[in-house]
Design a protein around this ligand. Structure first.
Ligand SMILES: [Fe+2]
Ligand SMILES: [Fe+2]
Length: 185
């Protein structure tokens, strides 16, 4: 599997979790009750899998090379588009954790911030993934030279091995499956 194909397959797992986030938010709206453990588990997935596992690979292995080799268009797409959206996602997650904490401490109103940040993140990442799958990755595959694409593949493979030794891929795919079982309707 190429590094880019691997990233596309990671998008599939992330999108499954985004769906869970919307379904859990809907359940919260309907019931008025927050399952703290589940929302913290979603935030943990976003931090460790979506951000430290997937976005880190994009930023340190693929996007940096696109900025270096694809001229002004590549630089603008990455630095003004993809990286800004990664940062916006981190802001949504900081707001989610803050809202969960405030709600736990008795601020009932924070329930709307839990829903807003979870759904806001899910919608942002869904659009972001669509852009990467349809445009950004294709642009990389067409524009980067064969040698660079081979380096991307090698670096991804090495990173995957390190992460697999820590059990990251297995743990988070199991987490998504468990939450899907609970929230799919
Ligand atoms: Fe991304
Ligand atoms: Fe991505």
């Amino acid at each position: 599997m190429t590094g880019i194909d691997l990233m596309i397959s990671e998008h599939d797992l992330i999108e499954r979790m985004l769906k869970v986030m919307r379904q859990a938010s809907l359940k919260l709206v309907n019931s008025g009750e927050i399952n703290y453990d589940d929302f913290y588990a979603m935030a943990d997935f976003v931090k460790v899998y979506a951000d430290e596992h997937h976005h880190a690979k994009e930023e340190k292995i693929l996007f940096n090379r696109m900025v270096e080799e694809l001229g002004e268009t590549g630089r603008v797409i990455i630095t003004h588009g993809m990286l800004v959206e990664h940062d916006l996602g981190r802001l949504h997650m900081a707001e989610l954790k803050n809202a969960l904490q405030m709600h736990r401490e008795g601020t009932r109103e924070a329930v709307i911030d839990v829903v807003a940040s979870a759904v806001g993140y899910a919608n942002l990442l869904s659009r972001h993934i669509d852009k990467e799958n349809k445009m950004v990755y294709t642009y990389a595959q067409r524009g980067l030279c064969a040698q660079t694409l081979a380096q991307v593949d090698e670096a991804c493979e090495a990173f995957e091995k390190v992460q697999a030794q820590k059990g990251v891929q297995q743990h988070y795919s199991e987490l998504v499956a468990a939450l899907e079982d609970k929230y799919s309707q």
